[in-house]
Design a protein around this ligand. Structure first.
Ligand code: GAR
Length: 203
């Protein structure tokens, strides 16, 4: 069984979607721990409700990103984690974490990358005036939202959308494709070739 560690900062609706898919038997994985850089993240409450060990790891207690990521990697390792899942983890990760989990850190971003990387992707999409947006699950590399893409989903952008309505439409798709991408990883169906992720057909 694939052992995953989930890093969060906020509400944890993606964490919840992953938990739900594990509990309904459609995602062959086990969440060994949920780690937050925010003490009051709702995601920690969600994890506790499902009996998942939680940790608050305060980035303000570390001198720099490298030292924080070293502590993260050590904690994840101590839980036997093989796949690191960033689920609304609002921090840039360094080669320290990526080196500890090569080709084994995933992120979800609320836009169709490479459009609108970074913060406030939904607001960026509205301001640009695009007619479709969506979300992207990708392997994390050293850049900001630049890693090889695993799955994307598209949603319409409506004339009367606000950041809230567009975010909600995108999140519905996030909750479907993130567990799906983890499923592909769990079944060893993902191969990274340069920028591209090759998805092996289902057996
Ligand atoms: C999600 O919409 C995710 O795409 C976004 O944060 C939200 C977290 O929601 N991530 C980023 O913007 C990363 N730069 P959640 O805590 O309810 O899963």
């Amino acid at each position: 069984l694939l052992t995953i560690g989930v890093l969060v900062s906020g509400n944890g609706s993606n964490l919840q979607a992953i938990i739900d898919r594990i509990e309904d038997g459609t995602l062959p994985a086990r969440i060994a721990c949920v780690i937050s850089n925010k003490a009051d993240a709702n995601a920690l409450e969600r994890a506790k409700r499902h009996g998942i060990p939680t940790h608050f790891l305060d980035h303000r207690a570390h001198a720099g990103r490298e030292s924080y990521d070293a502590a993260l990697a050590e904690l994840l390792r101590s839980h036997g984690v093989r796949l690191v899942v960033l689920a609304g983890f609002m921090r840039i990760v360094t080669p320290i974490l990526l080196g500890a989990f090569p080709h084994a850190v995933l992120n979800i971003h609320p836009a169709l990358l490479p459009a609108f990387p970074g913060l406030h992707a939904q607001q960026q999409a509205l301001q640009y005036g695009v007619k479709v947006s969506g979300c992207t699950v990708h392997f994390v590399d050293e850049g900001t939202d630049t890693g090889p893409i695993i799955i994307q989903a598209v949603v319409p952008v409506l004339d009367n959308d606000t950041e809230e309505t567009l975010s909600a439409r995108i999140q519905k798709e996030e909750h479907r494709i993130y567990p799906d991408a983890i499923h592909l990883f769990a079944k060893d169906r993902l191969t990274v070739e340069g920028r591209k992720v090759i998805v092996a057909p289902a057996p």
